[in-house]
Write a protein that binds this ligand. Structure first.
Ligand code: NAI
Length: 399
């Protein structure tokens, strides 16, 4: 099966974060693109943003000035939905709401011919449910790009119960022709990535609600201890808090209010206040030319150890031994239960229990737990947690 040839016109509806990215991709691969948004200003704004992005690519010599101009020229903005009548594929990237999407696709059916593939970039809504109101649901498919669409390689192609094989395959092959990696997914709530990612966001939001750390500190830990490109709060700000919240709500309701997917009241409050992240200028962080970025909290200590004792096998944290030696510490190894002793402090890798509980259960006086890391030797930040019973001096020594 072949994807759509570059002579085919592509329609994009919704010129927000995702729509403009999809338009840029299709235009990069030679398609004429028709871009529609109910808000004409959104089109102008997004095109301006896209041009800035392309200028950067030109300055980094990733594309030539001519290529950049060609991409821009291939995208035309439309003021009427009817102008999309001759598109071979229309990708919808409007608000994440079932009824609004259904109503748009019903309208499109009356505008386009039967051969037009109708694709939705929905993050979580059932393709089967969107298609239920259509005369020809077999040509509706999920084409789920990730943010930022021109950069992220993955595209989930989602078939609803009525999606035809030819629709899914043509869409998948088109995404492949656009340089993407394609994964075929079923129309389950959140599909694959957004279902798995719910826990990442939910747990991070709970940590913030419990004041376990500031957004900047939690993000820094995820980046610098776990080697993620972005922390959860930076990512939610990039996605848009309204979109992220709405996806959580859909997945929560779709799984009959399964507690694991409970939406966050903190996130709702931000959405209600119009604090939607980068696109509105403020979310967990503030954005703008003269805004100072929030810094993570970093503990400091004046204690300088000269020796440490390592008791037993540190397991996944083994490389700390070599690190200590390379830093000139005098390391003594002993039998034991995988503990590090520094002056009066005892450090142990977390096993899920709180430091306070473990200190009591194991009778350890000055217990400080340290967290899992992707790479103990090279990552630059580590989270530690003292037991309530631990002394201030022990914490200082652990730091
Ligand atoms: P956005 O809020 O940045 O942009 C949505 C655009 O759609 C706005 O410009 C709005 O004016 C327009 N719009 C809303 N209703 C419309 C209608 N009935 N007709 C025409 N235009 C309409 O939203 P974003 O983030 O681009 O999300 C769009 C879709 O893509 C959603 O379904 C979302 O779940 C999905 N998505 C979002 C991702 C993200 O990281 N933001 C990632 C992957 C998918």
């Amino acid at each position: 099966m072949a994807g759509l040839a570059s002579t085919n016109i592509i329609g994009v509806i919704g010129a927000g974060t995702m729509g403009i990215g999809v338009a840029q991709i299709a235009a990069t691969y030679g398609h004429q693109v028709k871009l529609f948004d109910q808000n004409a200003e959104a089109i102008e704004r997004s095109l301006e943003q896209m041009k800035k992005g392309l200028d950067k690519l030109v300055s980094r010599e990733r594309i030539s000035t001519e290529e950049s101009c060609e991409i821009i020229d291939r995208i035309s903005s439309c003021s009427q939905l009817e102008e999309l009548c001759n598109c071979s594929l229309i990708v919808e990237a409007i608000v994440e709401n079932l009824e609004v999407k259904q109503s748009l696709f019903k309208q499109l059916e009356s505008i386009c011919n039967n051969k037009t593939i109708l694709a939705t970039n929905t993050s979580s809504i059932s393709i089967t449910a969107i298609g239920a109101v259509l005369k020809h649901p077999e040509r509706l498919v999920g084409m789920h790009f990730f943010n930022p669409a021109p950069i992220m390689k993955l595209v989930e192609i989602i078939s609803g119960k009525m999606t035809s094989i030819i629709t899914a395959e043509t869409t998948a092959d088109t995404a492949l022709a656009w340089g993407k990696k394609v994964v075929q997914a079923k129309s389950t709530p959140g599909f694959i990535v957004n279902r798995v990612a719910r826990s990442f966001y939910a747990e991070s939001l709970r940590l913030l609600e419990e004041s376990a750390g500031s957004a900047a500190s939690l993000d820094a830990i995820i980046r610098e201890a776990a080697s993620f490109r972005m922390g959860p709060f930076e990512l939610m700000d990039l996605i848009g808090l309204d979109v992220n919240y709405s996806v959580t709500q859909t997945v929560y309701e779709s799984f009959y209010q399964d507690k694991r997917f409970t939406p966050s009241t903190l996130q709702k409050e931000l959405v209600d206040g119009g604090l939607l992240g980068r696109k509105s200028g403020q979310g967990f962080y503030q954005y703008g030319d003269n805004v100072q970025r929030s810094e993570p909290d970093s503990a400091t200590s004046s204690f300088a150890p000269t020796s440490i004792v390592i008791e037993g096998d540190l397991g996944v944290a083994k490389s700390l031994l070599k690190l200590a030696v390379s830093q000139g510490l005098d390391v003594t190894e002993k039998r034991g239960e995988g503990l590090i002793k520094i002056a009066e402090a005892t450090l142990a890798l977390t096993d899920g229990r709180t430091a306070t509980k473990r200190a009591k259960e194991e009778g350890i006086e000055n217990l400080i737990l340290f967290d899992l890391m992707h790479d103990y030797k090279h990552n630059t930040r580590i989270a530690i947690a003292p037991a309530i019973q631990a002394s201030a001096a022990a914490l200082d020594q652990a730091i």
